[in-house]
Design a binder for this molecule. Structure first.
Ligand code: SF4
Length: 406
């Protein structure tokens, strides 16, 4: 049996590298063309090629989303684009349109074709259909329960991928036109304005139900499926997918590292209650909305949604990233990410280590001691007594009760 794949999102090259370094087996990215979220993508063909080289050098694969529902004029450059992706060594494309699947199988036979969750595949007969179209993998709809996933997997004629972490739609994924209606931005062509998460005033006939302080929103809590990973491995699922191409490097590092630890512990048969608690705690430290089980236990309940607030929150725990480390002097060059004071308790972590320490004095480029780091992106130097590497991160140690207060 193949080991299950941990598949992480990346919005740019920096995040692709972080995802790979922190343990992703594969990374999915959106190109500037033919991709949902294409407007936010930094991945032109040159950047995709650099990402593929980096991933391959670290034993990882790159999947590229080609998942818009194409209109007639989108088709013109599609063949050349797919050939270019194949030429530069992309492993797979993620498609939501039969015409793109057929085109890829005709002009770029070495690209695996994965069927996007936008297609809402929820049963093995639909998987059989994609097999007959020569697809290589199907991403199941996020609206499947664990029992349904197991049942589809038992009869599936293709490898399956499922979502395990990240943002959810309040509507059925890939079927929502709220954004199209409210803003003319097409959710199925990469333009979702997240209209479900806006704040609304509800009327019952002519009377407002809420006052101005208690406006209505329809935000879903984010998915967090760590407790189901053992079952998904047993069900022979091929790939576990983390959502969030727009998420920060810190989010990616934290979430990818936690699932890497979890998956490895399951295969090594070393997962116990203490390790699971540590992994869940790690996941709670990523900047995020409150989390829920999504559809894993069946239809989400009222408490799986956020009706009063939109729930977006950014943690201030992540204070700096490591740019360089001098082993002789033990001095690290760091880049400030969030405001911090000196002599606070921090954790320095990387893909395979976490060290608690008290933050030593920091010095600016003129060698002057800094009392408070309050300039994001400022470069400072500080002493760290153990070896750290580029792309390691520093975060505050905060009381758990201070987290996720939105
Ligand atoms: S408006 Fe909300 S539910 Fe609809 S597609 Fe966008 S995020 Fe999903």
């Amino acid at each position: 049996m193949n080991r299950i794949e941990l598949l992480a999102p990346a919005g740019d090259l920096e995040r692709l590298k972080i995802a790979v370094l922190y343990g992703a087996d594969a990374v999915y990215i959106g190109g500037k063309q033919f991709s949902l979220r294409s407007r936010a993508s930094n991945f032109d063909l040159e950047a995709i090629e650099e990402g593929v080289k980096f991933a391959k050098a670290h034993g990882a694969r790159v999947h590229v989303t080609v998942n818009i529902i194409p209109h007639e004029d989108d088709l013109e450059e599609l063949e050349e684009y797919l050939k270019a992706l194949e030429r530069i060594g992309v492993h797979a494309i993620i498609c939501a349109s039969l015409s793109v699947v057929r085109c890829a199988k005709r002009v770029a036979k070495n690209l695996e074709v994965h069927i996007s969750t936008q297609h809402s595949t929820t049963n093995s007969k639909a998987v059989d259909f994609w097999k007959s179209e020569q697809a290589d993998r199907v991403v199941l709809a996020r609206e499947c329960s664990l029992d349904q996933i197991k049942s589809v997997a038992q009869h599936a004629s293709l490898p399956l991928e499922v979502f395990i972490h990240g943002g959810m739609c309040i509507s059925y994924s890939g079927r929502c036109t709220l954004s199209n209606h409210m803003t003319t931005r097409d959710a199925n062509r990469g333009g979702c304005a997240q209209s479900c998460r806006w704040k609304y005033r509800l009327l019952e006939k002519d009377e407002f139900i809420h006052d101005d302080k208690h406006l209505f929103s329809m935000s879903s809590k984010d998915l967090m499926a760590a407790s189901y990973i053992q079952d998904l491995i047993k069900a022979n699922i091929a790939s576990l997918k983390i959502e969030g191409r727009m998420k920060s490097p810190y989010y990616l590092a934290t979430v990818v590292r936690a699932y890497r630890m979890l998956i490895d512990a399951i295969y090594e048969k070393s997962l116990d209650d203490e390790k699971m608690k540590m992994i869940l705690d790690e996941l709670s430290r990523s900047e995020n909305r409150p989390t829920a089980n999504g559809f894993y236990e069946g239809l989400p309940k009222a408490y799986d949604q956020l009706y009063g607030v939109n729930g977006a929150g950014v943690t201030q725990e992540y204070i700096a990233s490591i740019l360089e480390y001098d082993k002789k002097s033990h001095m690290a060059t760091i880049q400030v990410k969030n405001h911090f004071e000196m002599s606070i308790p921090v954790e320095v972590f990387g893909p395979d280590h976490t060290h608690a320490m008290t933050l030593n004095p920091c010095y600016d480029e003129n060698g002057a001691e800094v009392e408070v780091a309050n300039k994001p992106m400022q470069i400072l130097k500080t002493r760290i007594d153990f070896e750290v590497k580029e792309n390691d991160m520093i975060r505050k140690i905060v009381d758990k009760s201070d987290r996720h207060v939105y």
